[in-house]
Design a protein around this ligand. Structure first.
Ligand SMILES: Cc1cc2nc3c(=O)[nH]c(=O)nc-3n(C[C@H](O)[C@H](O)[C@H](O)COP(=O)(O)OP(=O)(O)OC[C@H]3O[C@@H](n4cnc5c(N)ncnc54)[C@H](O)[C@@H]3O)c2cc1C
Length: 377
């Protein structure tokens, strides 16, 4: 079989959200782009997540601005491509005094930092989300900026829409096996010449520039997830919900005076949650299914098989904050992403004209669109 040799302005490796975001950024600038994806469709973290665009999880400044820019781009994309998106916002729920204290402390300065948040009494929370468990509820924090998409359909829709744009070429079932300045070579021996090459290969840290990724300090992180069937009679969750456990998962709450006591109390009362990095988020998709999660296991702790005890712990904690009409779990799965301990993204240039952009951690759906646009070089 003869090999092919084609030329583009930009070649992108990976059709997850990071690769698609960069493809869109390049196409908007009038460039000719090829996207190479090793599977028949994107199969990584981008199709396994909650589908939450979550600016409220970003630190003030660059992180929040990038997330809010992404939000604008998601809205534009949904409008142009027809992918499903809901403007749902989010609710952080407090069931303990220390959780309520952290939310109050955060909300006191959050508006000045650019967050669109407000505190709610328990009754106001229940009005906004009747799904919330009223037992022991102290109050909540509403945020206006979060979006919901369905990753199982959105990523495919995004790729299909991009493929229709002038200058776009997609090659699925095509693994990039070698990258040098100006050229990507595939497993079939095809070559794609491009002035700029952007590698967005997600959790595959072994194929392209493994030594660069190892040096960067990124870690692999596995998350377990659960999904109910369609809930009955048009039941709705309302906004995305986050638990008090979530306050110890996002760094922006660490500056609150009550944070250390909250973290210490959770570690003492429920060390099993810290052991598996469990916090609780809930989202509902366009099919009425409720997605529940999640856990965080790193590097050597990652096993191919999922741990039933993690699912049980997630469900135990979910029951404290949500009342679902149907608790059947229809699907269980896991996803893996790469994450740097302190940086929100890894963006390095190992060779002239070759960028590796990866390691959005748990925020790729929140950051990648904005990041690709704001950092186009
Ligand atoms: C369970 C879970 C829940 C999450 N929830 C959220 C959330 O609600 N909100 C949020 O913002 N983020 C969330 N995240 C994080 C988010 O999903 C990731 O940050 C993001 O999807 C990473 O995107 P990516 O494009 O870098 O990687 P991926 O989605 O893994 O895509 C990489 C792609 O590159 C392809 N590839 C790899 N190597 C090659 C090669 N050599 N040649 C060709 N193709 C290659 C792979 O097949 C893959 O399709 C969650 C993640 C998980 C796992």
């Amino acid at each position: 079989m003869s090999t092919r040799h084609e030329s583009f302005d930009v070649a992108i490796v990976g059709a997850g959200i990071a690769g698609l975001a960069h493809a869109w950024a390049a196409l908007r600038r009038g460039l000719r782009v090829v996207v190479l994806e090793r599977d028949d469709r994107a199969d990584g973290a981008s199709v396994r997540n909650f589908g939450m665009t979550w600016p409220i999880g970003q630190l003030p400044g660059n992180g929040l601005q990038t997330a809010l820019h992404s939000r604008e781009l998601w809205l534009e994309l949904a409008d142009a491509s027809g992918l499903w998106l809901k403007l749902c916002g989010s609710l952080h729920l407090a069931y303990r005094d220390d959780e309520w204290a952290v939310l109050q402390e955060f909300a006191a300065t959050a508006t000045d930092d650019g967050y669109q948040v407000g505190l709610l009494t328990a009754n106001q929370v229940l009005d906004m989300s009747p799904a919330t468990n009223p037992e022991g509820l102290r109050g909540g924090m509403r945020s206006e900026t979060e979006l919901g998409i369905n990753p199982r359909t959105a990523i495919a829709r995004f790729a299909a829409w991009l493929a229709e744009q002038p200058g776009a070429t997609f090659r699925f079932g095509t693994t990039a096996t070698a990258v040098e300045t100006g050229r990507v070579t595939t497993q079939a021996g095809d070559t794609f010449n491009a002035e700029r090459i952007i590698i967005c290969s997600g959790s595959d840290t072994r194929t392209l520039f493994p030594e660069v990724l190892a040096r960067s300090g990124v870690r692999l992180c596995k998350l377990q997830m659960l999904r109910t069937p369609t809930q009955p009679k048009g039941w709705t969750l309302g906004p995305h919900l986050a638990s008090g456990l979530t306050l110890r998962h996002y760094r922006l709450f660490e500056a609150c005076p009550s944070f250390s006591a909250l973290r210490a109390r959770i570690a003492e009362e429920t060390p099993e949650l810290d052991r598996f990095g469990i916090h609780i988020l809930a989202a509902q998709n366009d099919r009425g299914e409720v997605l529940l999660g999640d856990s965080h296991e790193y590097d050597a702790d990652i096993q191919p098989q999922d741990k039933p005890e993690i699912d049980e712990l997630i469900l135990r904690e979910v029951r404290k904050m949500i009342r679902l009409p149907n608790w059947t779990i229809a699907h269980r799965w896991h996803g893996v992403y790469v994450k740097h301990p302190t940086q929100s993204v890894i963006d390095v240039e190992p060779l002239k004209g070759v960028r590796i952009v990866t390691s959005f951690g748990g925020a790729g759906m929140t950051l990648a669109l904005g990041y690709a646009d704001l950092n186009w070089k």
